[in-house]
Design a protein around this ligand. Sequence first.
Ligand SMILES: Cc1ncc(C[n+]2csc(CCOP(=O)(O)OP(=O)(O)O)c2C)c(N)n1
Length: 323
Amino acid sequence: MVRIRAFEDAAEIASQGGVAAWGKEASSTPALVRGPLHLSTGQEAVAAGVCAHLTPADLLTSTHRGHGHTLAKGADPARMMCELFGRATGYNGGKGGSMHIADFSVGMLGANGVVAAGLPIAVGAAQGLKIRGVDAIAVCFFGDGAINRGPFMEALNWAVVYHLPVLFVCEDNRISATTASAPMTAGPGASARASAMGIAAVQVDGTDVRAVSNAAEALIREIRAGSGPRLLHALTDRHKGHVSVDPGTYRDPAAVAAALARDVIGRTRAQLVAQGHAAQVEQIEREAQAEIDAAVATATAAPLPDPSAAYTDIQNTGAGVWA
Ligand SMILES: Cc1ncc(C[n+]2csc(CCOP(=O)(O)OP(=O)(O)O)c2C)c(N)n1
C-alpha cells in the first residue's frame, strides 16, 4: 500500500501544471506528466488485499484508476513512471500513458479508459484459462459506476453460464467522476446484482486491508477449487478529485474529512506501531520511498520516443482511404 501511495503522490507532483482543466491553467513549461491522472489514493487496500493472493499466472484487468492494481500485480514502478512521463522506455514506449499500462509478464492485461470494458476482457481471459486447462484465475477490478453499463451484466452472465474462474472486484467509492452513484443506481449495488445472477458475493470494508485480504483469500480459494465466479464488493474512499487536476469542490467536505480520518495507511500504520512494529513500518516506508524516488529519477533521465515511433504499433484497419 505504501508503494502505491508513494508512486501516486510522486506522479501527481510530476503532473502539476500538465493540463488546463477545472479552471487551472497549464504551466508555460511542460510538466513531466502531460495529462490528467486518475489517482487511487485512499483505495490502496483493495488492490493490495486482493493481489496479495494472486500468482504471476493469474490474469488481471483494471480500470482508468489502475496504478495500484498494476503495482500490486507486480509491474515495475520505473517502467510505469517512464510511461507516465511519455518516455521511450515506458511500458507502451511512452505512447499510451496512465490508462494503457499492461505487463503480460506478470499477468496484468491492462488498464482501460473505457468504463466497464475490463469486465468482459477478464471473462474472456478466464475462458481462455479454462479451455487451455491452466491452473489460474482471472480477476477484474471495476468501479461502482461500471455496474450501470451493459458489459457488467454481460460479463457476469457469461461467467456463470460457462462456470469460469473469475473474481469480480467492485471498488465502490460511491462516486462516478463528479456524480454520486446512488441516485443513478437501481437497487443496493454490485453484490445484490451478482447475487441475483447466482454469483456468491461478499461485501467488505475496503478501507480495512485485513478485511479485504481475508475476504479475497476465501473467495479466491473457492474459485481455485472450481466454484465458478465470485464477487467482492469493497466499500472504499477516493480521497482526491476524479483526476489529478480536479479539486473535487462538488464533494461534501464532511464526507471527505471522514474518509481522510479513516485512511487505511494511517490506520494500519498506527495499529502496527501499537503492536511494537515501528521499526519495520519505518523500514517499509523508507524502502518504498527510495524505490519511487529512483523510478522518478529513471523516468526523468529516460529518452523521449523517436518521432518515427508515431508510426509504429498502430493498427491499419484497411479503411483509411478517403476518395
Ligand atoms: C464508456 C465510458 N463512459 C464514460 C466515460 C467517462 N468516465 C471516465 S471515469 C468515469 C466514472 C467511472 O466511475 P466508476 O466506475 O465508479 O470508477 P471511479 O472513477 O469511481 O474509480 C466516467 C463516467 C468513460 N471513460 N467510458
